[in-house]
Ligand binder design. Structure first.
Ligand SMILES: [Zn+2]
Length: 272
């Protein structure tokens, strides 16, 4: 990745403040956990020299974090033109109302209930608030309201929880594995069409080689589905029994989340 101009990779395999691209800067929120990895990546996006910026996923409602984001987003004479939520999970969105208050910027999200003054925000919307173009791409699956943002000038895609910097994504209760598999195929096509060079995830470090990462994600999902089919054929019945077979190699702290994934896999295999 170091060969890419303008790219600031994380140091090692952990997310870090300041990682990003020419137009994207990470502010890492202080909420690490097994589910949020190193914490939530809040992204500040701006064309160099632009008088405005865009903030993606203010993160948890943590005053210290929100003030750090504000400081970077408003450095120099800059002001925040737009806040965007990749989806409604609280580790991404809980600070949005407070951050809108601090910055005076509207909040855009695919779930209308989370929007503040961003009527008309939706799939295909092109934002120019940071002085560069950001295209909203609907990427349902992790949740029904998940979106990604294409930062074409940097060959970057902000993926929220649709693709993570480490490990793989969980299908939440309001998500759908069928949607998720279609989304991965769409993003794989986008990687070629848009010449993607880097993925900027909602948790974990930057990912170079987007096409390779997406191929891995797609292969991993197919493999897990095969393992679930095999576990069922071998007599597993409940989601917990399937988890114990398929996720035997995974940290037990993640089994409750894995059980949610297995429910999504069973629903998918049952045509849900
Ligand atoms: Zn999430």
């Amino acid at each position: 990745m170091s060969a890419e101009p303008g790219l600031r990779p994380a140091d090692g395999s952990r997310a870090a403040d300041g990682m990003g691209t020419t137009r994207a800067w990470c502010v890492l929120a202080p909420n690490p956990s097994p589910m949020t990895l190193d914490g939530t990546n809040t992204w500040v996006l701006a064309e160099p020299g632009s008088p405005t910026s865009v903030v993606v996923d203010p993160g948890p409602d943590d005053e210290g974090h929100l003030r750090r984001v504000l400081e970077l987003a408003c450095s120099g004479d800059r002001r925040v033109a737009q806040i965007v939520l990749t989806h409604g999970h609280p580790d991404h969105s809980a600070g949005a109302v407070r951050f809108a208050e601090l910055s005076g910027a509207p909040v855009g999200a695919l779930d209308p209930a989370l929007r503040l003054g961003s009527e008309g925000f939706g799939p295909g919307t092109v934002l120019t608030g940071g002085g560069c173009e950001l295209r909203v791409v609907a990427t349902p699956g992790h949740t029904a309201d998940s979106l990604s943002l294409l930062l074409a000038a940097d060959g970057g895609l902000l993926t929220g929880d649709t693709v993570l910097g480490r490990g793989t994504t969980v299908i939440a209760e309001d998500g759908s594995l069928g949607d998720y598999l279609r989304t991965l195929d769409d993003l794989r096509a986008l990687a070629d069409e848009a010449g993607l060079r880097v993925l900027l995830p909602g948790h974990g470090p930057l990912l170079g080689d987007p096409a390779g990462v997406l191929d891995y994600y797609i292969g991993h999902r197919r493999e897990r589905l095969d393992q679930v089919r095999a576990a069922l054929a071998a007599g597993a019945v409940t989601p917990a029994e399937v988890v114990a077979v398929v996720y035997a190699d995974v940290d037990r702290a993640l089994w409750p989340a894995a059980e949610q994934s297995v429910r999504a896999q069973l629903a998918y295999l049952n045509g849900g």
